[in-house]
Design a protein around this ligand. Structure first.
Ligand code: NAD
Length: 438
């Protein structure tokens, strides 16, 4: 089976490599010649655990290749996946579909023989149908179907998620496209992966509903954490106490500095926009977005209070910049909302992240000092702020931490450390939703 993957970002590259690993012949296409050049040399442009080995193995076996020549790739294809970005459109929160539609136009020009065109990007309801209209307009003779196959992988665990998904969603309107997609995903039969087959619109909505629901769980537990801080409770016990109820579930109930990343922020906004346009506003998701913004602002206040009410002239050591561990992705990371206000009020920030620093340099104010390792970041710091729970920050040598820092304030925005233990070790420890021991 010949598969073309348009877009070699976090989703396209992982999906392409995994389909190749399933045995398909996959051609990955990108408009960025630099990216394709690096991939051809065996370099992986993003950080995703295990991806370098997977790409090398399948490229070596001749099942995975990279090109900027969309025309040649599409001519041979049985299935063409569109996995380009769908960022928030400036101003109104609507998903920017210009990359998807541009890809559809380019594909249309080069179709020969029957081809299934599959949206893998996260796209609002109606997009697959619009892709179909565009293809027909550009190439009235084309023999094709459109389908929707939203992707649920998580950055940092993307290969495992793709290889062992909770489910595969196929939005299809023709038995032929369905048969091709089922054949492509057939290796997942062995692990009895449920395949949810729906119409196009439903498949598109499933992706947004899933992300909005997960974002809701996060905002909900962050609100409960705030309540715990005011009435005296432990949010971890609350999360466990409710999460053990099978109707609620234990996952996604960890408090933190607010969700970020390339999906939840833009997808919640796009769903709000979609619902408004449909005349059925989603008040729950609107509240989720507001609570999340407030949570990030609350983290700034928490740091300020921990520093005695003012960050002016203070040195803050920040560990972790990416929106979560095991990725280099800085898109909408809480660091982007939390650090600039501290800098504005005169804080001096020293920062470290295992993979995110190159991207952080281009997105955060230049006043930040980037450090080579976690411990040197702490030199002379009045406070340590733990912003992303990378493994290497979970078991810091506390003697070294104390010796390197000037102050004793630790603000743990991921609740990695034990409050009583940190207090016993002489830190003024602050966290989220567990009554401060300081
Ligand atoms: P990305 O920005 O990392 O990658 C997109 C790639 O598409 C870029 O390399 C870009 O150069 C390329 N591109 C754009 N237009 C093109 C064209 N016309 N032809 C060829 N290449 C083109 O994006 P991503 O994070 O991989 O996300 C892609 C889609 O998948 C989005 O809709 C996103 O919402 C969705 N998604 C992302 C994740 C995630 O964790 N990142 C998870 C599930 C779904």
């Amino acid at each position: 089976m010949n598969v073309v993957m348009i877009g070699t970002g976090y989703v396209g590259l992982v999906s392409g490599a995994c389909f190749a690993d399933f045995g398909a012949d996959v051609m990955c296409v990108d408009i960025d010649p630099g990216k394709i050049e690096r991939l051809r040399r065996g370099e992986i442009p993003i950080y995703e655990p295990g991806l370098d080995e997977l790409v090398a193995r399948n490229a070596g076996a001749g099942r995975l290749s990279f090109t900027t020549d969309l025309a040649a790739a599409v001519r041979e294809a049985d299935l063409v996946f569109i996995a380009v970005g769908t960022p928030s459109r400036h101003g109104d929160g609507h998903a920017d579909l210009s990359y998807v539609y541009a890809a559809a136009r380019q594909v249309a020009e080069h179709l020969t023989g029957y081809t299934a065109i599959v949206d893998k990007s996260t796209v609002p309801v109606g997009t697959a149908r619009q892709v179909g209209r565009i293809v027909r307009e550009v190439n009235p003779q084309a023999d094709f179907d459109v389908a929707s196959n939203p992707e649920f992988l998580r950055e940092g665990a993307a290969i495992g998620d793709f290889m062992r998904p909770d489910r595969v969603v196929l939005g299809v309107e023709s038995p032929r496209a369905e048969a091709l997609l089922r054949e492509l995903y057939r290796p997942l039969n062995l692990i009895e992966t449920p395949i949810v087959v729906t119409g196009l619109e439903t498949a598109e909505l499933i992706k947004y509903a899933a992300n909005a629901f997960l974002a809701t769980k996060i905002s909900f537990i962050n609100e409960m954490a705030q309540l715990c801080e005011h009435v005296g409770g432990d949010v971890h016990d609350v999360a466990r106490g409710i999460g053990l109820d099978g109707r609620i579930g234990r996952k996604f109930l960890h408090p933190g500095p607010g969700y970020g990343g390339s999906c939840f922020p833009k997808d919640t906004l796009a769903l709000i926009r979609m619902a408004q346009e449909a005349g059925t506003p989603s008040r729950i998701v609107e509240a989720v977005v507001e609570v999340n913004a407030a949570q990030k602002a609350r983290m700034v206040l928490k740091i300020r209070q921990a520093l005695g009410g003012s960050e002016a002239g203070k040195t803050i050591a920040v560990l972790g910049l990416t929106f979560k561990p095991n990725t280099d992705d800085m898109r909408e990371a809480p660091a982007l909302a939390i650090l600039p206000p501290l800098l504005d009020r005169g804080a001096h920030i020293r920062a470290h992240d295992p993979k995110g620093m190159p991207e952080a340099r281009s997105l955060l104010p230049s006043a930040i000092d980037y450090c080579d390792d976690p411990y040197s970041t702490l030199d002379g710091a009045d406070a340590l702020v733990l912003l992303t729970e990378w493994n290497e920050y979970r078991g810091l040598d506390l003697d070294q931490v104390r010796a390197r820092m000037t102050g004793r304030v630790v603000v743990d925005l991921r609740n990695v450390y034990d409050p009583a233990h940190m207090t016993a070790r002489g830190f003024e420890y602050h966290c989220i939703g567990r009554v401060d021991q300081a």
